[in-house]
Write a protein that binds this ligand. Structure first.
Ligand code: TYD
Length: 340
């Protein structure tokens, strides 16, 4: 297998690239635009193992065509995406560009060059929110934020490529990930990094929203399973059935860091009506391929907290950036005030 991993300098993509190296692929190319969320520091170890590194965007037709041709790529796994709901409230066009146009370009170039198999990484958020029960792969896509709408767009572009051209593309829809190297804008690493420094953390509303957390290691194992054994044209949910209310996750992080509840500040919900109350997927389809999650949440959350405590260099360099601080100021300034 001659594999192209797009978005490999980001959180989940870098874990998948490590997995691919462990599985001894014949040739590995990582392509990443190095937007704010992609970091060369995230993939230092991957580059050190002979991986080819290309800085480019998936919406660049010529660039993608060159990489596919020059490296005789047979398989693609696409992680390249804008991923943060809160950022999408400010800058929705960047999300449509990468998550819809970029996916279409990648599939078009893959089709033109006869790539054997493409796995596109989507998200459970394309389904919207579910009060009871679980989403199956057949549930309607009803996204509620510019981020999830753009992911649903990319997801449907994959469907149409399969229907119209039999482009051999498979889609995975994962739950909320956590683990090392997650950019400190998402709930878990944002809160860990602030609590390490004794700063207050902003909990949206009453914190009763439910997310289905899956460790990034289980997620990339699931993606590998779909790459190896999934059926082209199909979508696969990848979840852990590990439902946790945000406020309960925050309690666990406080405990692990020896901080108390006075550091949690409830703020008016910035996502308003677009804040999904609950995600939950059924995963029988991928389980039938032989995959199940094996990493328990409590233990792995403790390890994740320990990783951020032990690797301050990785995240401190990020949170010191002007762009990071500017977003935090603009987004949280009005509600956190002096606690910023
Ligand atoms: P997030 O990590 O942004 O993932 P997603 O929006 O994809 O689920 O948020 C997870 C949950 O945590 C979500 O319900 C929003 C909430 N949240 C907060 O309460 N405070 C925060 O500062 C952030 C970033 C998220």
């Amino acid at each position: 297998m001659r594999l192209l991993v797009t978005g490999g300098a980001g959180f989940i993509g870098s874990h998948f690239a490590r997995k691919a190296l462990a599985e001894s692929v014949d040739h590995l190319v990582v392509l990443d635009a190095l937007t704010y969320a992609g970091n060369l520091s995230t993939m230092q170890d991957i580059r050190a193992q002979g991986t080819v590194w290309v800085q480019d965007r998936i919406e660049n037709a010529e660039g993608v065509a060159h990489v596919l041709r020059d490296h005789r790529i047979t398989h693609i796994v696409n992680f390249a995406a804008e991923t943060h709901n809160d950022q999408s409230l400010f800058n929705p066009l960047a999300f449509a560009t990468t998550n819809v146009v970029g996916v279409q370009n990648l599939l078009l170039q893959a089709r033109l060059q006869g790539v054997e198999r493409i796995v596109h990484i989507s998200t459970d958020e394309v389904y919207g929110s579910i009060a009871e029960g679980s989403f199956t792969e057949e549930s309607p896509l009803e996204p509620n934020t510019p981020y999830s709408a753009s992911k649903a767009g990319g997801d449907l572009v994959c469907r149409a490529e399969w229907k119209a051209f039999q482009t051999p593309v498979l889609v995975t829809r994962g739950g909320n990930n956590y683990g090392p190297y997650q950019y400190p804008e998402k709930l878990i690493p944002f809160f860990i990094s602030r609590l390490i420094d004794g700063k207050k953390v902003p909990l949206y509303g009453d914190g009763s929203q439910v997310r289905e957390w899956i460790h990034v290691g289980d997620h990339v194992d699931g993606i590998w399973t779909v790459l190896a054994r999934g059926k082209p044209g199909e979508a696969y949910n990848i979840g852990d059935h590990n439902e946790q209310e945000n406020r309960v996750v925050v309690q666990q992080i406080l405990q692990l860091l020896g901080r108390d509840e006075s550091l949690v500040k409830s703020i008016p919900d910035p996502r308003k009506g677009a804040h999904d109350a609950r995600y939950r997927m059924s995963c029988e389809k991928i389980q039938a391929l032989g995959w199940s999650p094996i990493r328990p949440f409590a233990e792995e959350l403790a390890r994740t907290v320990a990783w951020y405590v032990d690797n301050p260099g990785w995240w401190r360099e990020i949170v010191a950036r002007e762009r990071y601080q500017d977003f935090v100021r603009r987004f949280y300034g009005p509600s956190l005030g002096d606690d910023l």
